[in-house]
Design a protein around this ligand. Sequence first.
Ligand code: NAD
Ligand code: MG
Length: 386
Amino acid sequence: MVKRVSILGATGSIGTSTLDLIVRAPDQFEVLALTANRDVKKLAEAAIRTRARRAVVADPECLDALRDALAGSDTEAAAGPDAVAEAAAMGADWTMAAIVGTAGLRPVMAALQTGATVALANKEALVSAGAVATAAARAHGATLLPVDSEHNAVFQCFDFAAPERVRRIVLTASGGPFRETSLEAMRAITPAQAVAHPNWSMGAKISVDSATMMNKGLELIEAFHLFPVSAEQLDVIVHRQSVVHSMVEYVDGSVLAQMGTPDMRTPIAHTLAWPDRMATPCAPLDLAAIGRLDFEPADPVRFPALSLARAALQAGGARPAILNAANEVAVAAFLAGKIGFLEIAAIVDDTLERYDPEAPATLDAVLAVDGEARRLAGERVKDCVA
Ligand code: NAD
Ligand code: MG
């Protein structure tokens, strides 16, 4: 059976890995929509290569360039945030949600509302709107499959038929490029150093999140929404090789882990073929060559983002949405060279201190909280620059 697929964020790191799997099995997949922010060239190339029905850029100013790039092909061009959300609802059987940040929230909701399967890489959507998104998935009978390697690992090990048998979920963290860097040295970290992840090749935003360990904090919140466990049942351990992708501990002491080489095509393929399996070109795991696997606790002093996220998870309500929005603003400012590395967590902390609204119950309410948190975080960025 041919699976109809769409990829939101097709030009990014996850989008490119997803396309790589799809073009290797052209007779198994039909591409409905591919979307991007403004990388017209890469989007058009992918659309032509996969004979996509529609290609969409979020930036309306890129529409003419996209039309030109698609000239002579059968792919329709569209532009604007609404067109991205419409593309998410074209009736795909499987949709990859790989837009980075809260920009992906409305398209994720649109895809969930079709009741189909959504492979979720866009963790920010679940962090800021976890309750709203999972309620929409339930209401429309949609299936959410986690792409994030840790959550995909947990999904593969978790006994959903008897969640009371699970004692704990342990998310592994690589510790990022500054696992051993002193707090003093962290002050001078440059964007180029922060995006150079030791194990994974990823987009800039998630690479900085890995370096601050906010990524693992966001993943704690993501796990809370994906699996039927309490916040207290979620733990983090630093495992620098990124071979054990996460673990589920049962009440009898058994611990099930999923392992593999650090290549996102494995978890993507797991969601693409699920409940079946498909072959990938990923290098097989060679444990003898790796030799040893190391584990250590995370350091809360050098990585305060982790504690901020844990506190936001425990408090619930609007806290995770504020944490996420302030982090997006701070990371963008860091990447633009406006603030220092240690100021990222400080700005998130400050925004959480200054803003404590009611829990948002609808998508619009989440987006309002997100907007106000961005405004407040933006003020602090200006203070840092001044
Ligand atoms: P990336 O920066 O490489 O790609 C982001 C994609 O989103 C691009 O296609 C870009 O055009 C699109 N985009 C950006 N802003 C947009 C906007 N305003 N509107 C519409 N589209 C927009 O990022 P990535 O590394 O592929 O990560 C994508 C998501 O997957 C993130 O949420 C990230 O946390 C998550 N994730 C990534 C990895 C990884 O290995 N890269 C692993 C786990 C989870
Ligand atoms: Mg991850």
